[in-house]
Design a protein around this ligand. Structure first.
Ligand SMILES: [Zn+2]
Length: 339
């Protein structure tokens, strides 16, 4: 048992929901793992735990995050379980690892966000203004930068989400590809983790949490969308078993075979973005439409003053439709299959 204390709470999530502005009072230097090696655990900020093995393999430096949108409970519960299973001695950590619960204030209120969408605050420039999400994003940017600088290796950041809508592919990845091409390591990882589709994102400037790691630090990174939003306690985490296994293999330093044994991941790239520019915005996609729903060539998707979005000459698929976004924000992403 790796003893990590959450004051009077049974686990990390319990502590965090009760104390979104604090960290547990105790940190532990030298927690003994099942194989006899030591790990130091330190709280870098509320909801941010660093686990640093005394002897690291130096192959990979990891970040796993969830709850950047506070109501996306399944990944938050998953992250809590991952730590609980480590505390229980079920697996051994061999690389530096940051575990992050993102928007703690929104989590306690089971809201997506309070003032602003936190997953838009990780572009190249530090976000301006004030408010909880902006301050929190600044803290996380600093912590990530320090983590990568302290542990040079192959950087890996997977940021776990669930979608507002259902999806034709229940589990999919949005991959900011700083090199322009998905690496064999990442493709193999996504396939073994049972991710069904991947969006190759090389065209957007990138302001998501995972894109910060990819574009600023060259990390293998992605936003993983893992099903639909449900309240805490109503999630079935069984569909994430393969993901857990694939991640634990790498955290434990097991060698990964990246020869292509199967090719089941579907690849998409961005065709265009639908933006809600003014109050006159009209969106012709109904609320029931799932992510990755196909639209025929030339279908009218949205209209605004002096603007329309119409599908091009090839079939396009919709992602993240949300006509209720703030003015100037993205109301949907249109993608197409890669050859
Ligand atoms: Zn999200």
């Amino acid at each position: 048992m790796n003893i990590l204390k959450f004051d009077q709470h049974p686990d990390w999530l319990g502590f965090t929901l009760a104390n979104p502005y604090n960290t547990p009072s105790k940190c532990q230097e030298g927690i003994t793992q099942a194989d006899g090696t030591l790990v130091s655990a330190s709280w870098l900020a509320p909801g941010v735990l660093k686990l640093l093995p005394q002897e690291i393999l130096h192959k990979e430096t990891w970040v796993l995050s969830a709850g950047i949108h506070g109501n996306e409970t399944a990944p938050i519960e998953w992250l809590n379980q991952l730590l609980a299973s480590w505390c229980n001695g079920d697996w051994v950590l061999k690389e530096p690892l940051l575990l992050i619960m993102g928007n703690l204030k929104a989590m306690t209120q089971q809201e997506r966000f309070l003032e602003t969408n936190m997953n838009r605050l990780f572009g190249p420039d530090t976000p301006k203004g004030s408010g909880y999400e902006i301050e929190r994003a600044k803290t996380l940017r600093k912590i990530l930068s320090e983590h990568y600088q302290q542990h040079p290796a192959h950087f890996v950041h997977y940021d776990l989400h669930t979608a507002i809508r259902g999806s034709k592919y229940e589990r999919f990845a949005v991959c900011p590809l700083s090199s322009g091409k998905m690496s064999d390591t990442q493709r193999n990882f996504l396939e073994t983790a049972d991710i069904q589709a991947a969006l190759h994102n090389t065209t957007l400037s990138g302001n998501t949490f995972s894109s910060f790691s990819a574009y600023q630090y060259g990390a293998e990174a992605a936003t993983l969308e893992l099903g639909k939003v449900h309240p805490f306690g109503e999630n079935n985490l069984n569909s994430l078993t393969s993901l857990t296994k694939s991640i634990l293999k790498r955290l434990s330093g097991e060698s990964i075979d990246i020869t292509r044994t199967r090719e089941k991941l579907l690849h998409f790239k961005i065709k265009g973005e639908v933006t809600r520019k003014t109050e006159a915005f009209k969106f012709y996609v109904t609320d029931e439409v799932d992510n990755f729903t196909a639209f025929n060539p030339h279908t009218l998707i949205a209209e605004d003053i002096d603007y329309e979005y119409r599908v091009g000459a090839q079939t396009e698929y919709i992602l993240f439709p949300n006509p209720k976004v703030q003015l100037g924000h993205r109301a949907a992403l249109m993608v197409k299959k890669m050859a």
